[in-house]
Every structure is written in structure tokens, then in C-alpha cells.
Design a protein around this ligand. Structure first.
Ligand code: C6P
Length: 416
């Protein structure tokens, strides 16, 4: 058994068995076996999720919350069961705290447009970090335009870690909200969110966690994390696109005005006055993404069917192997080396633009992301315009890391 194969084998985690659940991983790209190393952008889907969505549309589909007939009642029960699965997955205190959105981006915009417009005033401060994704920057800039609030940015060290002492200096009596990534999509840093929660709450501020990458690699217990809002997208969690989650403590959701008006979010409507349904319906105007929500539920069932501790350990092993292998490629510099990081690895290669590198790797069947990763301010701080990023999931093998390394050596011959 070679080194890579040996590292793949764990008594409790059979990565090849997991891979067999993901039909797309068997395909070829440009005549080469697919090596999919872009799960941080969007994860591939297991057969169990694909079959659930197919089954919904084949035999179980109708609109929800509206029909007094069998199919509609069935679809409603399945949609609401998906909400319960999410509740259990993140350990929310109540199923009423789970709002379905179309993704993390919409969830953050929802908080900014509702809670933000109601509770943030001119001069109030919102604290972000330098590692944020545009989805956790731009909604707050829109709020700044609307309210005159101030955005303050906590710095990141060059290795990608957050200096909590520096963070503490940014938070003050005017801080009303701290909005940070749970895990950085560029650096893989797992932010010290419990310490950040303590700092935020000591200042009387709320904490929003952008859990887009966090929910994938960490065990999320929203009550234990001490946050007030937690958002994520299904498509990075092996579920379908078009569905995401906003979790917020119930009293916050109750105090927030609606985001959009329409069907399903009302209690009574007259031309003179409309009253709202209680959360979560208040925030789910219109026909929701029904099959997508049920598909997310199937993704959660799938993840729960695995040994998740072993899966997480496998991902960490892949990351460690990738970091040490990449570091040995001449001219490669790792971007993001904070201790305890999640399995996302950015790098630059001397003399090769990340986009060219990604294109050459693609010819070998290897899918990686290149660019600014929707984190342009972070790129500026790191002094790069772009990076190449390999990100790993529950199905990534050590041999795929070897393929990446071989692809990089090949790219050096082509590009340098
Ligand atoms: N990051 C990446 O390749 P949406 O698009 O709403 O599903 O997720 C937005 C988002 C928000 N926060 C973080 C930390 C993210 O990583 C993402 C999505 C992808 O890194 C696509 S840009």
C-alpha cells in the first residue's frame, strides 16, 4: 500500500464507501478521472439527496401550507420535518427559530434589512473581521448607507489567525453587532467564536456567525456557541442549491419586522392593515423552495448516517497531508496556516497566475477554485490579487491530493 492509500484507511471511516454514494465522483473530465477539490464553493451531492429530490417531484410534490388534500399535507409534513432536522442538527432550542432562506447570503441580507433597520442607528458600530466573505460585508455596507452606522474591521494575522486581544480593542460601548465568519472560506481559519461571543455580549452587542464553511467542518451547537444569529447554505453541506438557513433566538425573530411581504407570512390581511404570522412563517413569504428544503433534510440524514467524528478526522488528515505535500512543491507558498484550521487550503505558486494554474489543473481533471474567493479586502491585506484554493470534503482521498501535487509539477513545466 502506498503512503496515500495507507493514510486513507481508518478503522471507522471508509472514504471509498462514502465516495460510492456520490455518483458524480465516478465521472471523467477531459478524459481524466474527476478530482473534485472545490467543495468549499459547493459540495457534490450524495445519491440519497438526489433520489429524495427525484422522489419528491415524481410522487410527493404539491405546494405547502395551502392545500387540504393528501399531497399538499404530505409535502407540508415533509417540509416541516426538514425544519426539525435542521433544528436538531444545530441544536436550536425551538423549531420556530429555523427560518428557510435561499442561502446564507439571503439570510445575512435578511438580518441586515430587518433587525438592522430596526435596531441600528447612526453612529452605532458593527464589527466585522478582515477575513469576511463579501456576503458578510456588503449587506452591512448597505445598512451603513441607510442608517449612518459605522463598520469596524478586526485585523487578521498573516498566518490567518485572529488575535483576540486586538479584536477586543475594536469592540466598545457603541458596538451593536459583531458579524464574523465561523470558518474563513479562503484561509480555513476557525475563528475563536466563543471568545468573540463573550466580548460581544459583554459590550451588549449581538453576534452573527456566517456559518457557510463552519457548518460543514465543525459540530455546530448554536446554544453552546453563544451566538445570536447563525446562517448557512445547504449546497455546501451536500444538499441542494436554492435553500439556506437563518437561525436566530426566538425573541430576536419575534422583534424583527418581516423581510418580504406576500403569501404565507401573514396572519390577517385587509386593505387597511396586515398582521404577521409568527416566526418562522413571518420570514418565508411566498411559495418556499419545497423540494430543496426536503433535500437539505436528506443531506442532514445522510451526514447523520456517517460516523461524523471519523469523517471530521479524515478531513483533518487530508488537510495535514495536503499542507505538507504542497509545502514541498518548489515555489508554492501556503496562504492560511492558522493552528486548528478547517480543510480549505489556499496557495500561490511563484510565476504562475492562479487562474492559469486552475486552467492547467483542469486539463488533468482537477477542479480547484482560483480568484479572490469573494473576499477582495482579505486579498489586499494578504498582498495578493488572487489565490488558488483546494478544499476538501468527506469524500476527498489522499490520492486526490497526490493528483493535485502531480498536476502542479506538470503545470510548472507548462507555465514556467
Ligand atoms: N463561498 C466559496 O467558493 P452563498 O453564495 O449564499 O451560498 O454563500 C455565500 C458565502 C458566505 N460566507 C462564506 C464564508 C462563504 O464561503 C460563502 C460562499 C463560496 O468560497 C462561493 S463564493
Amino acid at each position: 500500500m502506498n503512503k496515500a492509500a495507507a493514510l486513507n484507511t481508518k478503522p471507522t471511516y471508509d472514504v471509498m464507501k462514502v465516495r460510492a454514494d456520490f455518483p458524480i465522483l465516478a465521472r471523467q473530465v477531459h478524459g481524466k478521472p474527476l478530482v473534485y477539490l472545490d467543495s468549499a464553493a459547493s459540495a457534490q451531492k450524495p445519491r440519497q439527496v438526489i433520489e429524495t429530490i427525484s422522489r419528491v417531484y415524481t410522487s410527493e410534490y404539491a405546494n405547502v401550507h395551502r392545500g387540504a388534500y393528501f399531497l399538499s399535507e404530505h409535502a407540508t409534513a415533509a417540509y416541516e420535518a426538514a425544519r426539525e432536522k435542521v433544528q436538531a442538527f444545530v441544536n436550536a432550542a425551538s423549531v420556530k427559530e429555523i427560518v428557510f432562506t435561499k442561502g446564507a447570503t439571503e439570510a445575512i441580507n435578511l438580518v441586515a434589512a430587518t433587525w438592522g433597520r430596526k435596531f441600528i442607528k447612526a453612529g452605532d458600530e458593527i464589527v466585522l473581521t478582515a477575513v469576511e466573505h463579501h456576503s458578510n460585508i456588503v449587506p452591512w455596507q448597505l445598512l451603513r448607507e441607510a442608517t449612518g452606522c459605522v463598520l469596524k474591521i478586526a485585523p487578521v494575522r498573516l498566518d490567518g489567525s485572529i488575535d483576540i486581544a486586538e479584536f477586543a480593542k475594536i469592540i466598545g460601548p457603541k458596538t451593536k453587532l459583531v458579524a464574523v465568519a465561523h470558518v474563513s472560506n479562503v484561509l480555513g481559519t476557525v475563528l475563536p467564536v466563543r471568545e468573540i461571543a463573550e466580548l460581544a455580549h459583554a459590550a451588549g452587542a449581538k453576534l452573527l456567525l456566517d456559518g457557510c464553511q463552519g457548518i460543514v467542518h465543525e459540530f455546530v451547537d448554536v446554544q453552546d456557541l453563544g451566538c445570536d444569529f447563525y446562517v448557512f447554505s445547504s449546497h455546501k453541506l451536500y444538499g441542494p442549491t436554492g435553500i439556506g438557513v437563518l437561525w436566530a433566538r426566538l425573541e430576536l425573530l419575534e422583534a424583527m419586522p418581516p423581510y418580504q411581504g406576500g403569501g404565507d407570512m401573514i396572519d390577517t390581511v385587509t386593505f387597511a392593515k396586515t398582521t404577521w404570522a409568527p416566526p418562522p412563517a413571518k420570514f418565508e413569504a411566498g411559495t418556499p423552495p419545497i423540494a430543496e428544503a426536503i433535500g437539505l433534510g436528506a443531506a442532514i440524514d445522510y451526514l447523520n448516517s456517517l460516523d461524523r467524528v471519523a469523517a471530521a478526522a479524515h478531513e483533518k488528515d487530508v488537510l495535514r497531508y495536503a499542507m505538507s505535500s504542497l509545502a514541498q512543491v518548489p515555489g508554492v507558498r501556503l496562504i492560511g496556516t492558522a493552528p486548528g484550521k478547517a480543510s480549505v487550503q489556499s496557495f500561490v505558486m511563484e510565476g504562475a497566475h492562479p487562474h492559469d494554474l486552475a486552467t492547467v489543473l483542469d486539463r488533468s481533471g482537477i477542479s480547484v477554485r482560483a480568484g479572490h474567493h469573494c473576499a477582495q479586502p482579505l486579498m489586499e491585506i494578504l498582498g495578493v490579487t488572487a489565490t488558488t484554493r483546494a478544499s476538501f470534503g468527506i469524500y476527498t482521498t489522499m490520492q486526490e491530493v497526490d493528483a493535485l501535487i502531480a498536476g502542479l509539477h506538470k503545470a510548472q513545466q507548462v507555465l514556467l
